[in-house]
Design a protein around this ligand. Structure first.
Ligand code: FAD
Ligand code: DHB
Length: 390
């Protein structure tokens, strides 16, 4: 098999890249380790930046998003038992975010790709990359036990944090920047109408809590927990009890419902530099991870592949390699700003196990500042709705 761009991973990075390249008339093959059903049902992110939504419409995959996405013009920061709204529309010249589940985005992208008769090879086994620093890299894998080889001009490593692409680069060619946080998030999906029209980020002495949603009938809620928390220790009643405590505010009530899904995720900040080695270009979680507090992971993956598709477009149109050579530098400028924002939201809202009363007073002062200074609120708002593309 031969193609122009071999894309490893059918997550947001890989699938958006495939559609962006398709629009430029560039051929690609997407290889995915899991089944179609698995990637279409995997519960993850839910907040789409303004620019991510615009891109879905541009690519002609925004029809369900237009009908089912929930536009949010602000969020609430809750502390000291009271809510404070950050008004995105007013602070960013009319921008908002849209709540639409990541796995729904994935369904829309896969449907568009397959409707155009372009290949996604699901359940590809033992994927490996070769000849990255030569002229023609290859991807080797197995389909139904039979060995296969894909020759390409370029490989896009869109295979997430635990993929094979980043580890295939010689360690001495990369610098890794890493920070683990001393807590995780316990997340649930519940059959309960959301108790608020907008997301609530709650700072509480017992730890952070977040109220989000997926639809007018389904709530998505998170609680700060231990990084290695055992979900078995959290029967449904304990989860609701803790959510009631951390989200409490005068005159407000949290609506409970049947819990349909629950899980724990760790939190880290991670950056690989550069995001390229020879003919391999890393994008999305394969290159960087942010803690989820700023709702940025999916959106940052999309920003990377916008840059990559432009660079590949320039190459195939003119033979110029200028943008490809600058791919990593262009992406990393945004990556580090988004890292800063995600770290800042995380530091502002979580209870740190080694934090003392001084630290907690400082956090409260910062929350008071962000919700009372227009300049500070605007900084949060412009980052949350998404910084402009370079
Ligand atoms: P992935 O989505 O991880 O996709 C990589 C794909 O590659 C996968 O399908 C995987 O199966 C495949 N793969 C892996 N190894 C191989 C291999 N060897 N061969 C072939 N295929 C392979 N982000 C936000 O923007 N907003 C949010 O609100 C948000 N909330 C989150 C909540 C949770 C609980 C979690 C876990 C994440 C959240 N994120 C959020 C982060 C977001 O989900 C990720 O950043 C995003 O999925 C990254 O996309 P990706 O395409 O880079 O990687
Ligand atoms: C959701 C996830 C986040 O990480 C976040 O900051 C806001 C919302 C969500 O899953 O809905």
């Amino acid at each position: 098999m031969k193609t122009q761009v071999g894309i490893i991973g059918a997550g947001p990075a890989g699938l958006f890249l495939a559609l962006l390249l398709q629009r430029l008339g560039i051929e690609s093959v997407v290889l995915e380790a899991h089944t179609r059903n698995y990637v279409e049902e995997r519960v993850r992110a839910g907040v789409l930046e303004y620019g991510t939504v615009e891109l879905m419409h541009e690519l002609g995959v925004g029809e369900r998003l237009r009908r089912q996405g929930l536009e949010h013009g602000g969020i609430e920061l809750r502390f000291g038992g009271a809510g404070h709204r950050i008004d995105f529309r007013e602070l960013t010249g009319g921008k908002c975010v849209t709540i639409y589940a990541q796995h729904e985005v994935i369904k829309d992208l896969i449907a568009a790709r397959l409707a155009a008769n372009r290949p996604i090879l699901f359940a590809a086994e033992n994927v490996s990359v070769h000849g990255l620093d030569g002229e023609r890299p290859t991807i080797q894998f197995q389909m139904n036990g039979a060995p296969e080889k894909l020759e390409c001009d370029f490989v896009a490593g869109c295979d997430g944090f635990h993929g094979v692409c980043r580890p295939s680069i010689p360690a001495n060619a990369l610098t890794i920047y890493d920070r683990e946080y001393p807590f995780g998030w316990l997340g649930i999906l519940a059959q309960a109408p959301p108790s608020s029209h907008e997301l609530i980020y709650a700072y509480h002495e017992r730890g952070f809590a977040l109220l989000s949603m997926r639809s007018p009938e389904i709530s998505r809620l998170y609680l700060q927990c231990e990084p290695d928390e055992h979900i078995a220790g959290w029967p449904d009643e304990r989860i609701w009890e803790e959510l009631h405590k951390r989200l409490a505010a005068d005159g407000w009530k949290l609506t409970e419902g049947a819990i349909m899904q629950k899980g724990v995720t760790g939190m880290r900040s991670f950056v690989t530099e550069p995001m390229q080695f020879g003919k391999l270009f890393l994008a999305g979680d394969a290159a960087h991870i942010v803690p989820p507090t700023g709702a940025k992971g999916l959106n940052l993956a999309v920003a990377d592949v916008r840059v990559l598709s432009r660079a590949l477009g320039e190459f195939y149109a003119s033979g110029k390699t200028g943008l490809l050579a600058r791919y990593s530098d262009i992406c990393l400028r945004r990556v580090w700003k988004v890292q800063r924002f995600s770290w800042w939201m995380t530091s502002l809202l979580h209870r740190f196990p080694d934090g003392n009363p001084f630290d907690r007073r400082r956090q409260l002062a910062e929350l008071d500042y962000v919700t009372s200074s227009r300049a500070a609120a605007q900084t949060l708002a412009e980052n949350y709705v998404g910084l402009p593309m370079e």
